[in-house]
Write a protein that binds this ligand. Sequence first.
Ligand SMILES: C[S@@+](CC[C@H](N)C(=O)[O-])C[C@H]1O[C@@H](n2cnc3c(N)ncnc32)[C@H](O)[C@@H]1O
Length: 236
Amino acid sequence: MKGYKSETQQKNIAWFLPRPKPDRYKGGMPLYGEDWLLDLAKDILKKDDISILNLFCGMNQKGFRIDLNPEVKPDYVADAHNFVKGLNGWAGPFDIILADPPYSNEESKELYNLGKINYKKWTAECDKVLKEGGLLIVYHKYVMPNPNPEKYEVVKRVFIGTRTYHLPRVAIFFRKKLSVGASTQNPSDFGATPSFNKGLKVRSGKPRSPKLKSKILTSPNPNIKLNSEFCSQRLK
Ligand SMILES: C[S@@+](CC[C@H](N)C(=O)[O-])C[C@H]1O[C@@H](n2cnc3c(N)ncnc32)[C@H](O)[C@@H]1O
């Protein structure tokens, strides 16, 4: 078989997305970047009804959005290196985590006036809220390493050409392996967690019981401020 047709090479695909998003957020993804990456992730999981965490979200719109910059109106203003404790189990675990961090400490400072980025630390934090069989998508200008080869495997790499004289980006899809002894359930069969769904349904539709209603009114963490559209549209 010709080398470029090998199984490893079949994991790689390329897109060309030359147009910026209308928001023109500094360091933002190109137009369609977020949608296409999530569509591909759903296809890999063979599942439409999925829970998404959008980490370092900037102006990305889908799922539960976390960013340290309050100006982008995230659902939760938090540091990616240490956000799980504050969630207090209220949201997650997730089927997909899409992460678009600053590409260097210098960029973090220059573009967002924020601190250093520690890849090992924030990916370990993600691991706490990613379901087994779920996908961690790291969008970067470097080919980022597998955060933990014992736990993760690369299932897809998307190389994205943008405008001329711009460096391409690469989105690596790391799938969290099923732990030994876990059920043989197909990873694509994992659903959104009850706690996550509960919050969403309550906010997007009629409260089903006074108990659930009180769940919306009393926020688990004052920093978690759900956007009004989050429940209806942003989950998908
Ligand atoms: C490359 S931008 C994301 C752009 C986004 N994907 C878009 O298309 O709009 C990186 C984001 O990470 C945020 N950020 C930087 N350091 C962070 C940290 N420690 N925790 C959470 N967010 C952080 C910045 O505020 C910025 O919005």
